[in-house]
Ligand binder design. Structure first.
Ligand SMILES: [Zn+2]
Length: 287
């Protein structure tokens, strides 16, 4: 078994064996007798990777258009958006995420002769809750969101405070706009080999001061959550720790500025990092 992050061998012995299919695996009709999905650690980069059996990962890819429907049935995306938007600040993962990025950015940007208005690109922005909250608290920013799942974005129209594209990000020319911040919030774990995405993002980042913010589920979920926890579900390819996320970023052309573990109000255990590209590091250190 090969690690999809660093191409070395994964440990044969699993850290965890899941024996009950989750809702997505049930949807593709797996037989729950003798079912298993296993999580294995890479001894080189330290990532934890999911192994599916009987080609189930390929079948799961084919239902990508139905994820929102499987999760929320007839609930509309507008209802979900309103519900999550109205969470009190102390219960809102998004509120703390906005604060984290705002604080880091405000200290970072003083290192550069920067304009007073800024731009943020949210890749895989889901319902749009994060970006809506971010723009409300940071009015000097204008925002762009890209999200391919039409079911989770049906409510987004011209009344929303950001530019929206129903698309999958792959470094398209229209997004090469020198963004000050690019966010990947709980996106990378859904991608089997995230290297190309991370490389493509560099084409859209501000070459003087651009920041990548990335947030993903923590490996600690394996040891501290039940086997049915969402973080260990069939749609996640990897769980990271500080070492493995650092490895992935440094090996795709970034320098990490800050990386840490957090326990979010929702109970999710996550890792986040701020990173930038080499050209920005040169400008930062010579400014
Ligand atoms: Zn590895």
């Amino acid at each position: 078994m090969i690690c999809k992050i660093c191409n070395n061998q994964l440990a044969n012995k699993p850290l965890l064996t899941i024996t009950k299919p989750d809702r997505f695996e049930e949807y593709i009709g797996v037989d729950s007798d003798n079912f298993k999905r296993t999580w294995h650690k890479c001894s080189m980069c330290s990532v934890v990777q999911a192994i599916h059996y009987d080609d189930r990962d390929r079948k799961l890819e084919q239902i990508a258009d139905n994820y929102f429907k499987i999760d929320f049935g007839d609930t509309t995306s507008k209802n979900r958006f309103d519900k999550i938007m109205s969470l009190p600040d102390e219960n809102s993962d998004n509120f703390y995420r906005v604060q984290r990025i705002k604080e880091f950015f405000s200290k970072w940007i003083v290192n550069f002769h920067s304009k007073s208005s800024h731009t943020i690109l949210d890749i895989g922005g889901g319902l749009g809750v994060f970006l809506a909250k971010f723009l409300k608290l940071n009015p000097e920013f204008s925002g762009v969101m890209i999200e391919p799942d039409k079911n989770s974005t049906a409510h987004i129209d011209e009344t929303y405070p950001f530019e929206f594209h129903s698309a999958l990000f792959c470094g398209q020319d229209e997004f090469k706009r020198n963004f000050d911040i690019i966010c990947l919030n709980k996106v990378v774990e859904h991608i089997e080999k995230p290297h190309q995405l991370l490389t493509d993002i560099q084409k859209a980042l501000n070459t003087t001061s651009g920041l990548l913010y990335i947030e993903i589920p923590d490996e600690l979920n394996i040891y501290h959550k039940s086997a049915s926890d969402n973080s260990l579900g069939s749609l996640h390819h990897h769980l990271y720790n500080v070492q493995s996320l650092n490895y992935l970023l440094e090996n795709t052309g970034y320098n990490v500025l800050q990386i840490a573990r957090i326990l979010e109000p929702s109970g999710k255990i996550s890792i986040y990092a701020f990173a930038t590209i080499k050209s920005v590091i040169n400008k930062w250190l010579s400014a």
